[in-house]
Design a protein around this ligand. Structure first.
Ligand SMILES: [Zn+2]
Length: 346
């Protein structure tokens, strides 16, 4: 079974899908439409704008690609259409997958695209007028593609550690609670600059605690931009999975704890190569040239494979699978660990 267990909806809008939705909704944004030539741009032209050119330690380059693709978030219908394409593309190249939905940022973008400042929208209106239909559209798209393809497609609700407004996140939590039965769990995600690149704001943790009785399976991005201490801090919240977590390799004690708690690391080789090239090289040097996924397997830690953000990273799950083999990863063990994790989720 080829299971993609770390993939983001916002990073899964292919150039083909973006252009299809742009045409469908007549979005003549310069990203999609070349006004001087009076024609729609081609997928190859658009790909160059929404895909990273190469590795860089500057995460804002990646984020810039994500922001560009959000130009298509003009309405709930457009978001639903983009989600349908993303689920279809994921279903076509896997036997099953889990997509993470960053509901706050999608909602905020929709409000901005409709000409309003999101901070002027009350938390209740933010949640009920905008976020609720966005989540319903994403889940309807998932259900439609799952029925059409026969694949199991899981949706995880991501809350960002950027944590722009506690009242807005609190209102979102009520929407999430209402849709808990259609979701597989919670995730903490988001790129933060500053001294602490992987913060866990206490008020965000309190919201997670409130939601966990209805959504117990928690994953957290950690040990990607920050060191093993970030993984240690994350483990205090008892997650079932950690996004990336490759810096756990810096500490035998952290590896032991991952093993003892049965926590699964979701490793994304191309993402690491593009987003944390310097840290990746250091980890490889410290482990005899082994790629982190292989070194983590050596340490006995459960690891699954993910494509993370296929569009900005110019990859696919199939490509990650091939790459893992090229890097000497034990793919039979990845499959076994993925099956183990899948059994926890389905
Ligand atoms: Zn991720």
């Amino acid at each position: 079974m080829k299971l993609d267990l770390h993939r983001h909806l916002e990073g899964s809008h292919s150039a083909t899908a973006l252009l299809a939705v742009a045409r469908e909704h007549d979005l003549r944004d310069p990203l999609f439409y070349d006004a001087s030539a009076a024609r729609w741009r081609t997928p190859a032209e658009l790909s160059a704008d929404v895909t990273m050119a190469g590795p860089t330690d500057d995460a804002t380059v990646f984020y810039g690609c994500i922001v560009k693709a959000r130009a298509a978030y003009v309405s709930v219908a457009a978001i639903g259409s983009l989600a349908r394409h993303a689920f279809r593309e994921a279903a076509d190249e896997t036997d099953g997958c889990e997509l993470r939905v960053s509901l706050f940022s999608m909602t905020r973008t929709l409000i901005e695209r409709q000409g309003h400042a999101w901070r002027d929208v009350t938390p209740t209106a933010f949640a009920d007028t905008y976020a609720r239909p966005v989540l319903a559209a994403v889940l309807a798209a998932r259900d439609e593609v799952a029925a059409a393809t026969g694949k199991t497609l899981l949706v995880r609700l991501g809350l960002s550690r950027t944590f722009e407004s506690e009242p807005h996140y609190r209102a979102l939590a009520a929407v999430i609670r209402d849709h808990a039965a259609a979701l597989v769990g919670l995730d903490v995600l988001g790129i933060v600059t500053g001294a602490d690149t992987e913060p866990l704001p206490p008020a965000l943790v309190a919201i997670l605690d409130d939601l966990r009785p209805v959504l117990p399976d928690l994953t957290i991005h950690a040990g990607e931009f920050a060191g093993h201490a970030s993984v240690d801090r994350t483990l205090a919240l008892s997650p079932r999975g950690i996004g990336h977590g490759v810096h756990a390799l810096e500490s035998a004690a952290t590896l032991d704890r991952l093993l003892r708690d049965g926590v699964t690391l979701e490793v994304c080789p191309t993402s690491n190569r593009l987003l944390i090239p310097t840290a990746l090289a250091a980890l490889e040097r410290a482990h005899g040239g082994m790629t982190p996924l292989r070194a983590l397997q050596h340490a006995g830690v459960h690891c699954v494979l993910g494509s993370d953000d296929p569009t900005p990273m110019g990859t696919s799950f199939a490509r990650e699978w091939q790459l893992a083999g090229d890097l000497g990863v034990d793919r039979a063990r990845v499959e076994a660990d993925a099956a183990r994790r899948w059994a926890e989720l389905t």
